[in-house]
Design a protein around this ligand. Structure first.
Ligand code: C2E
Ligand code: CA
Ligand code: CA
Length: 753
């Protein structure tokens, strides 16, 4: 069960991290998709922009090329204007041949107004340029032909021409360049041959194309194109007719492309550039792959970080779990773990309809065990007790070491008798501890049990079990006690007393009562005992049995005893001052004073302060105080004697070692416990015991006060066996101080001086 819980604890961490990874993955995934869309859109736009600029560049390059050709032709024509050259055929041809070589034309020539054309290769043709073409040359000053065949080697060429003399019909100077030359030039700026460059005329007829040579009409071809959103072949035609440029995407036989067109300077020609989208997509794919790689790397780093974090968390979790939930000495659960598991265990009990109880188990006098046998042995005992208690657990029950020598158990409680028997058996088993040297220690355990019958917070349940434990401890020999309502009421009353005691002392609510100790025969008051009463106002007079045990537990008895002592001293002083008969008064002193070395000196100092002779004070010490403290007690009694106080042993016969105590200690007086008379009143056996005790005390030289004398019969018997004084209701009940004083007044028969 413990492991299961531990796993649940770790599992929570894993679940959290898993959710974290999931969220991170979704975020990174979404970001990647968005990035992909963005990149694609961006690239498509880039493709559009680059095709536009490609069309423009194509046009500008071609313009520039033609411009260069015309410049050269113009300079040739200027030279040919000289009649010396043009008039002599031989000179003309050699001049043309030189110019052709220098300018890298295919052919250079001059055609006179009659139509005779001389070529740089020495050949002559009639009307190489048709009369219409010549007219255009004259008209526009510059002319470039459509693609045609070289008259001598059938190669595709373009022909350029300028007039010999501007504004005159003096013939034309021309040159030719092969189409291949232009194709090479065009291809140079067409994305490493991935695009198509076309020079066409206004009617769409292809004049040049690169990188492959093709013929035909663009407008006709465009009828097969499937244009992107709203574009058409007609639109291109309209744009070109209007001399405008444009761009559009289209698909042809499943391939998507971008095309742009841009007007040229000459002949109303157009440059037409085409770029396959696949080429753009390839670039995009490259970029995308890179983006994905980056994403992947980011995710990988993220995963590595998380795995690292998880490992750390797991390790820390283990360490924390151990630190927070495991008792380092016994390796059992600690209180935190117990509390953590409590809800689950309880709901399981509830589901099964099984009543359950919280039990707290404590090792008795464990401090003494530690003091006597040492901490190491103490640790061994704790481990053994823990494992013995733990081994008795049944399915669904819990155990922990809650503090030093205290253990907490959540147990099924089919019935109080069964549970008590189980705990008794477990305590006996756990209490059997034998040392390595074979010596077995007398360990005993006490249990407090709270059968959970109410929905209260965990710590209150623990408190209740602990209260039951302290109640069990108060009953000598009890192994366990159950928490119940009566018990709770008592505790509440105790708490109530504790919360009022200080103020009661301040307000003078504690009153001094005196009970006379009388001569059996004459009834004369020989001495008295000071007894406290609590005049609580609303609850009336409270008897000391209701609060003295509580004050003994919380130490307040020390204050109360000093208060009572002072009251007594004041009373004795006032009697003396009033000239009353002064009788010794016995005062009850708690065992707690025994630990205070300044007690007797302080007592003496106070008596002196009030001017009270020491022999008038008798310290009453109960037999149980003496038990186990003989040496301390002896010193205490001797101290009192040395200071002139007398000492009485109170409640003699109620304890176990009365006779021993009597033997070892020097008491002036022994007070027979009233229980003797109450328990088996009048029985012959009891009478024999009492008379035996009395004669023995007598033989030791002490005086004897019989407590609890209630009848004449008892008085006669006690007197007959040699008791000195009687304290009991037969003679007097405890009396308020002023009532007692009245009994001491000189007019009372007993007090005649
Ligand atoms: P204790 O010292 O044994 O006092 C005698 C008790 O017996 C008193 O009870 C008294 O009222 C009662 N008693 C006397 N004669 C009779 C009788 O004939 N029949 C019966 N049934 N009882 C009789 P009390 O006053 O209730 O005191 C109870 C105990 O409280 C005392 O027992 C004493 O141990 C303690 N106590 C009282 N006052 C003080 C105090 O000032 N300081 C300390 N430390 N303890 C005190
Ligand atoms: Ca007493
Ligand atoms: Ca007594």
């Amino acid at each position: 069960m413990g492991r299961l819980r531990k796993n649940t604890y770790y599992l929570r961490g894993f679940k959290r991290s898993f959710i974290f990874i999931l969220i991170a993955a979704v975020l990174v995934g979404t970001a990647s998709v968005l990035a992909w869309q963005q990149v694609t859109r961006r690239l498509s736009q880039d493709a559009r922009e680059s095709i536009v600029s490609a069309g423009r560049e194509l046009a500008e390059n071609f313009n520039y090329l033609l411009e260069a050709e015309f410049q050269i032709l113009s300079s040739i024509s200027v030279s040919l204007e000289s009649p010396a050259v043009s008039a002599h055929t031989e000179r003309l041809v050699s001049y043309l041949e030189r110019q052709n070589r220098r300018n890298l034309f295919d052919l250079t020539g001059y055609q006179n107004p009659d139509g005779t054309a001389w070529f740089s290769n020495g050949k002559t043709l009639s009307w190489f340029l048709t009369p219409q073409e010549v007219q255009q040359v004259y008209k526009n000053g510059r002319y470039v032909s459509a693609r045609r065949q070289d008259p001598f080697d059938q190669e595709d060429i373009l022909v350029f021409a300028v007039p010999l003399k501007e504004g005159e019909n003096a013939g034309v100077v021309f040159a030719t360049h092969s189409a291949v030359f232009y194709r090479q030039t065009l291809t140079a700026n067409l994305w490493q041959g991935n695009g198509i460059g076309i020079i066409m005329d206004k009617s769409g007829t292809i004049i040049l194309s690169a990188p492959k040579s093709s013929f035909g009409n663009i407008f006709e071809m465009a009828l097969d194109f499937v244009f992107d959103g709203g574009f058409s072949a007609d639109k291109i035609q309209q744009d070109i007719a209007a001399g405008e440029s444009g761009v559009s995407g289209y698909s042809l036989r499943g391939e998507h492309r971008f095309a742009s067109y841009y007007p040229l300077k000459y002949n109303n020609w157009y440059a037409f550039a085409v770029l396959p989208t696949a080429f753009v997509a390839e670039k995009a794919l490259g970029l995308m792959v890179m983006a994905w790689l980056i994403c992947f790397a980011v995710i990988a780093v993220l995963v590595i970080c998380i795995v690292f974090m998880l490992r750390m968390q797991h390790q820390n979790g283990r360490a924390l779990y151990t630190m927070g939930f495991v008792d380092s000495l016994t390796n059992a659960d600690n209180l935190n773990a117990f509390h953590f598991k409590y809800e689950g265990a309880v709901s399981a009990f509830k589901n099964q309809g099984v009543p359950y109880a919280l039990a707290v188990v404590n090792i008795n006098r464990f401090k003494a065990v530690n003091d006597i046998y040492g901490l190491e042995e103490g640790d061994k005992i704790l481990k053994q007790v823990a494992s013995a208690l733990q081994s008795g657990l049944q399915e669904g029950e819990l155990f922990c070491r809650s503090s030093a020598d205290e253990f907490l158990l959540l147990l099924a409680c089919p019935g109080r008798t069964e549970l008590a028997a189980r705990l008794e058996e477990a305590s006996t088993r756990a209490g059997r501890f034998c040392r390595e040297d074979g010596k077995c220690l007398p360990l005993s355990l006490t249990c407090g049990i709270y059968v959970v019958d109410e929905q209260v917070p965990f710590y209150i349940m623990v408190d209740r079990a602990k209260l039951a434990l302290s109640s069990a401890r108060q009953r000598a020999g009890a192994v366990y006690a159950f928490y119940d309502e009566e018990f709770r009421r008592r505790i509440v009353a105790e708490k109530n007393i504790e919360s009022h005691m200080e103020s009661a002392l301040q307000n003078g609510e504690f009153k001094l009562y005196l009970q006379p100790k009388c001569n059996f025969k004459t009834g004369r008051i020989e001495s008295a005992e000071a007894l406290v009463r609590w005049d609580s106002g609303d609850k009336g007079l409270i008897a000391p049995d209701n609060f003295i045990p509580i004050f003994e537990k919380n130490g307040f008895i020390l204050k109360l005893d000093w208060f009572m002592l002072k009251q007594t001293l004041a009373l004795l002083k006032s009697w003396k001052e009033q000239g009353l008969r002064v009788v010794p008064i016995g005062i009850n002193f708690s065992r707690l004073h025994l630990d205070d070395p300044s007690f007797v000196p302080e007592l003496a100092r106070l008596a002196d302060e009030y001017g009270v002779e020491h022999h008038l004070l008798e310290a009453e010490l109960t037999e149980s105080v003496v038990f186990g403290n003989t040496a301390v007690m002896k010193r205490f009694v001797d101290d009192l004697h040395q200071n002139g106080f007398t000492v009485a042993m109170d409640d003699f016969g109620s304890g176990y070692s009365s006779l021993n105590v009597l033997k070892n200690l020097d008491f002036d007086c022994v007070k027979l416990d009233k229980e003797f008379l109450m328990r088996e009143e009048g029985s012959a056996r009891m009478r024999a015991i009492i008379s035996g005790l009395v004669s023995m005390i007598k033989s030791l030289g002490g005086s004897i006060v019989a407590e609890g004398v209630e009848t004449q019969e008892q008085a006669q018997f006690l007197q007959s066996i040699g008791c000195d004084l009687a304290q009991g209701y037969f003679f007097h009940k405890p009396l308020a101080a002023q009532d007692f004083a009245r009994l001491l007044a000189p007019n009372q028969p007993d007090n005649k001086q």
